[in-house]
Design a protein around this ligand. Sequence first.
Ligand code: 5RP
Length: 223
Amino acid sequence: MSEPQANQQQLKQAVASATLAHIEDGMILGVGTGSTVNCLIDLLPKVRLKGAVASSKVTQEKLEALGIEVMDLNFVGELDLYIDGADEVNPNLQLIKGGGGALTREKIVAAASKKFICMVDESKWVETLGRAFPVPIEVLPQARSYVARELVKLGGEPEYREGFVTDYGNLILDVYDLKIDSPSEMEQRLNNIVGVVCNGIFAANQADTLLIAKPSGIETLKR
Ligand code: 5RP
């Protein structure tokens, strides 16, 4: 009889465990948001962090519940390391993020860090970003309809994430069917729409290292 395949939750736990080895005592760690990151947070008491910067209120609460000091990014300077999951990752280690709606804070903390390690299970690996997963875009509430019309002009199908408000009090449009031949160009074009706070393409702030969990084990890719 063959061994049962690892399920997605087991893969998330495995990649979180492997990522723990990249975290050193004394670091101030940038901590992402999502179910994969939650697996890592559960393991963080094994390391003696100086502190952490959280990418969302949810992550902040989880860190504080474990007694980890959560610091204000404005007072800590450049972070040693940022760790987060992703909704999609391509072979250039460019990402789509924001499934949990924390994309703006995630991008800020990633940008403020020396190194970004992304950890995913194999379901997140794609050749081309945006074919399966929509690009989340955080917009100022007043600009929602205007931004949606501009996204349609770019060939996208925006869908309003009903009932969801970001940590910054803004709204999310999930954009399907965007043709993302160049993630960097699309990231900039989306940023140029007035009323857009941030978009979920992480090309300028792509991962430096990717840990990807497969049933056969953990693979590490670097750019
Ligand atoms: C949250 C994110 C998450 O990193 C992304 O949604 C992946 O989440 P999960 O680890 O639960 O699959 O970008 O805004």
